[in-house]
Ligand binder design. Sequence first.
Ligand SMILES: [Zn+2]
Length: 531
Amino acid sequence: MPSADIIIKNAKIISGDESNPHAEATAVRGNRIVYVGTNEGVESFKDKSTRIIDGHGHTLTAGFIDSHVHLLSGAIWMNSAQLQEVRTKEDLKKVLLRFANENKTNPWIVGRGIRYGIVSTRQELDEIIADRPIYIGAYDGHTAWVNTKALEMAGILNEEKDLGPNGIVLRDENGIAVGELREEDAMNAVFDLIPVPDSNRKRELLKLAIQEFNATGITSVHNMNGDMEELMAYAALEDAGEMNMRVYVPYHIKPETTEEMLSEAAEMAKVQMDYVRGGSAKFFMDGVWESYTAFNIDPYADDPDVKVEPIFSLEHFTRMASLCDKMGLQIAVHCCGDGAVRQVLDGYEVIQKMNGKRDSRHRVEHIEVCQPEDMPRFKELGVIASMQTSHAPFSLEEDLVWTERTGPQRWPISFAWRAIKNAGATLALGSDWTVAPFDPMINFHFALNRRKWSASDPDQRLTLEECILGYTRDAAYTEFMENQKGQVREGYLADLVLFSHDLFEVKPEDILTVKPVMTMMDGRIVHDGEA
Ligand SMILES: [Zn+2]
C-alpha cells in the first residue's frame, strides 16, 4: 500500500459524502485524499516519513468554498488603514500613524470605513500627517475627508474645478476647501490621484488576503467580478507557485457590453489551470434596498413613490444571457429585490426554452426578498440560490434601514434561506466580501442565531450541517466541481479544514469562538493555527 504524506486521526469528520458521512481519520498523498475511515484503518498508510496530526476529537471538513467574493478589489482595499473601529480623533491618529509607519513607501495615506462626526476639516488631518496626502472614506462610500496636501494636489484647495454634477467640495466663507468631499464626483477629484498598485504589488496584496482567507478555513472562492486582466492577476500568482486558493473568475457583463465583447468571456473560459479558471458570466439586475435601487414588486415601505427600473430589461437580459448560455458559460446575477429575482428567473426560463435544457446551473446572487411563488422555480429550472446569511439584519434592534425600506409585509419572505431550501433549491453560501467579512463563522452565526423581526415571521434559520454543506459540497456543485472537491472522500482533492472544537458540541450562540487550527489546500498546509 502506498504510504501517506499526512494522516489526520482522532477527528470527527463531517465528510459531505452520503455513502460515508462520518469518519475519524483521513490520509493524504500528494494533493489527493487516499483514505477516509477509522483510526485503525488509517494505520496501514503510515510510514516513517508520514506526518501525523491529532484531531483531538474536533471537527474536520472539506475546505470551505466562499461562493461570492470580490477578491482582487478586496485585496487592494486591504492596503488601506481600516477605520471601522475608530471612535475618536485619538483612535484615528493612532491608526493612521501606525499605517504610515508600516507603509513608509506608500506615497498616500488611505483609510476606509470611518463613521461620521469624527473629523470634518483638513486641519484636523494635517495635525496627524501634513507632508503626505491623506484620504479617508466614510463607511457608506458617500463622503471622504482629505488633508491640505491632498487638496493642493487635486487643485481644488483654493479654486473651483468642474468636477461633474454629482459632487460637492465643501468650502468656507473665503471659498477655501474645508476638507470634506461629498459624493462621487467630488471624492474622485482626489481619489483618482491615488496610484493603483502595479502588478507586483497586486500579487503581494493578493497573497496577504489569501493568507487571511486560509486562516478562516477557506480554500476556494467564486469571484464575482472580473475580466481577462483580473483573471491574469490570479494566474500570475499560480504561475509563480504562490497561489494558495482556488479562484473561479467570471466575465462581468454590463448594460453597455456588446455581443462582440463576449469573445473575452470565451477566452477566459479556456483558462482552466489547477487553481485558477474562467467559465462564467456575471450580471447585475438591480442595486440594494438601502439606497432605493433594489428592483421591487411592491412599493418601498418607507417611500412608496420611489420607482426602480431594472438594470437590464427582460429582453436585453435574455438576449445576452442566451448568448452566454450557448457558449456554455454559467451565469450569475446580482438580485436584491424580489422584482429582480423574478425577472432573472423569467429570463432563465426563456433561454431554457430557446436553447434547450442543459446542466447549466445558472445562479441568482443575494435574493434578499423572494416572492413565495418564485421559490419553487429554482428547483424547476435547476437554478442555484447563492445567499450570504450575514447580510440579513440579525435582529430588528440592530437594523435601522433595511427593515424600514422593506416593511413588515415583506419580512416573512426576506432572507428566506429556510423557505428557499425547503422549496428544493441548492443553497450555496458565501460572504460577498468586502461587503461583509469573509470569516465563514460569521455567516454560520447569522444562519444559526438570527432572530425573528416579528413574532409572526417564519423561522429562516439553517442547521449547522446545512451551513457546512452550503460552504462545501453544495458550493462545489455550484461550480461544477462536485466530483473533485467539497467532500472528504477518497480520490478527492486534499482541501481540508480542522477546527478548534467539535462544532456539534458548541452552543450555536458560541459559534464565533470556533477557529480553524489547520487548513490544507491541494495537500499543502496553508494555515497552521497552532504554529
Ligand atoms: Zn458581490
